[in-house]
Design a protein around this ligand. Structure first.
Ligand code: FES
Length: 143
């Protein structure tokens, strides 16, 4: 299926080289962009598929992107779960096409990114609602 997207500059190559990974926002969507030792560039939507929360503090550690909330790690190259830290995580990070052009790091931001963010919001709300329901039932049984 063809995807509609636009290229958006998110960082300079020199900045990314210095930092190795960074979280940027475009159109209200957080992205984590990173570079490996072979100068390969990678980008993913910075929303953790464990609790479906945005991860502004996501960092690159030993070839993996680490979630700051519960410590799950994901492969830098493809976003696959490396270590779930005992959490139930059914999928990896959402990859985003990335390119280097004239010293700029650019992402192809498309409808698939938007769909992923919207689905993440729904999943997070459903998760929180189930958590609240469980607490309310436990409280009712305790009273
Ligand atoms: S929210 Fe990322 S590991 Fe739990």
């Amino acid at each position: 299926m063809a995807t509609t997207f636009i290229w958006a500059t998110v960082a300079s190559h020199s900045d990314l080289l210095a930092k190795r990974s960074m979280v940027v926002r475009r159109f209200g969507i957080p992205f984590v962009v990173s570079i490996d030792t072979g100068a390969g560039l990678y980008a993913h939507v910075a929303i953790c598929p464990h609790a479906w929360v945005r991860m502004p503090g996501m960092k690159l550690r030993a070839g993996c992107l680490a979630c700051p909330l519960h410590g799950a790690t994901f492969e830098q190259a493809n976003g696959a779960v490396r270590d779930s830290r005992g959490k139930r995580i059914r999928r990896g990070l959402q990859p985003v096409p990335i390119e280097l052009r004239d010293g700029d790091v650019r992402l192809a931001i498309g409808l698939d990114c938007l769909a992923f963010v919207m689905a993440s919001n729904v999943r997070r709300l459903l998760r929180e609602a189930a958590h609240l329901r469980k607490k309310l039932l436990a409280k009712r049984e305790g009273s």
